[in-house]
Design a protein around this ligand. Sequence first.
Ligand code: 8YV
Length: 322
Amino acid sequence: MKPLVIVTRKLPEEVEKRMAELFNVRLNEDDHAFSHDELLAAAREADILVPTVTDKINTDVIAEGGASLKMIANFGVGVDHIDLKTAKNRMITVTNTPGVLTDDTADMAMTLLLSLTRRTGEGERMLRGGNWHGWAPTGIRGVRLQDKKLGIIGMGRIGQALAMRAKSFGLEIHYHNRSQIDQQLENELGATYWSSLDQMISQMDFISLNCPSTEETRPIMSGRRIKLMKKHAYIINTARGDVIDENAMLEALGAGDIAGAGLDVYENEPNVDARFMALENVVLAPHMGSATIEARIAMGEKVIINVKTFIDGHSPRNRVLI
Ligand code: 8YV
């Protein structure tokens, strides 16, 4: 008997086809997000569970999972929606899909940065609303990126990919990370390391969140730190909603204490705080950093390789724990 692999969301066609060839797989044909009960049922039955960021794999889902549940092969890099402690206690292998969505997520951070500073969302709303009455010398002016300072919080793969892009737009690169990056890479990027996050934040024109959501980083952009930002500075978040104190950010945006925010992620997805909708100085994307055809297929490939390696009795390369 092949192990039962339960996939919680609809994956790209080619990925599902290959999974069906290799595994005893149960797919989600209509792509509905699993309810908590459905997740519990899946964990009780599956040998291997393939969830996404939309599934809260809480303590009870893992603790009440069946004895056969041996692996959680996440479709995505971030594993903050999975209770890793309980998985570890139960000796369940957890894997993720790093590396294949790096460029796309960095592109999304640049997209938000550019849309925000050049006010393309406002411009489009004006035009579609029939409120554009022609070119004007003082009309819808944004700010230039050249020579401004970008502070990246979290200089892992995505942070570095963003730094490369931002450098070519003429931005000065600054970063805060648990540890300093390799000297040669730092030189190539012309990047300045700040061991003090507070000091970096207070000097930057843009702050980009590129760290995982963990106990240490929730919320690294606290209300106190948002207050350290310059009045003309912007926040970009393509990481996770809860690495920022969203309420404090909303208050700062509303009060004009910061210039704007470009967001791909939110604290209570898919529910986005209604106060954002009333703000002109925000660009809002629906968690689509890795949403390219190429990335989603490559993520699926990674899941397949992780599952196949595990089933074949080897240790998968993208193990998050065990
Ligand atoms: C994914 C992401 O689309 O990989 C991640 O951590 O945030 C997204 O780009 C999502 O997590 C899929 O589960």
